[in-house]
Design a protein around this ligand. Structure first.
Ligand SMILES: [Zn+2]
Length: 181
């Protein structure tokens, strides 16, 4: 028997998934079932149908699209950066390409959905991997350094944030590339 890992997961719908990953069986149950009785036709009951509808509306407002783009897999990039720069200690948020091809925002961390969103513009073979990595790295630093209040000013990129950003191995090339865009 493989090892089991079972967790509740904030799917936008009543989803349950079972995957075999690295020899481990990963079972993810919709968190909508957290209060479910052990047996019975819970999912089809009227009460749960209403709950599902509400949650789908709330979570659906920002649909979490796939982390896997045509060229780059954001989850894989996260894991690589996590190992290189964070000793693997950051918990991975939802990783997603934006739905549109917005250029005004490279990426952002959305604490409400615990999601790092990267503009789909960068999911292209013309974009070097280090540029995507830099955008993800920047947002990972936002995960690590939550916004601080200095008096009445919000300090989004405090000194320790900036210092850590300089550790990125292709910082200059990445910035140069993104400026040209
Ligand atoms: Zn920032």
């Amino acid at each position: 028997m493989p090892e089991f890992a079972i967790q509740f997961f904030a799917f936008a719908n009543v989803n349950n998934t079972i995957r075999l990953r690295d020899g481990k069986l990963l079972v993810r149950l919709s968190d909508l079932l957290e209060g479910a009785p052990e047996s019975g036709r819970y999912v089809s009951s009227r009460e749960i149908a209403t709950k599902v509808h509400l949650v789908r509306q709330m979570r659906g407002r920002k649909r979490i699209e796939s982390a896997r783009g045509r060229v780059y897999d954001l989850e894989a990039i996260f894991e690589t950066l996590n190992t290189w720069y964070f000793h693997g200690l950051l918990a991975r948020p939802n990783m997603t390409w934006s739905r549109d091809h917005a250029r005004n925002s490279l990426g952002h961390y959305d604490p409400a959905h615990n999601a790092i969103v990267v503009s789909r513009v960068f999911d292209s073979p013309q974009v070097p991997r280090y540029a995507v990595e830099y955008i993800v790295y920047h947002e990972m630093l936002h995960l690590k350094h939550p916004v601080k209040l200095r008096g009445s000013r919000r300090c989004v990129h405090p000194a320790e944030f900036a210092a850590e950003e300089r550790l990125f191995s292709h910082l200059e090339e990445a910035k140069r590339f993104l400026k040209r865009l």
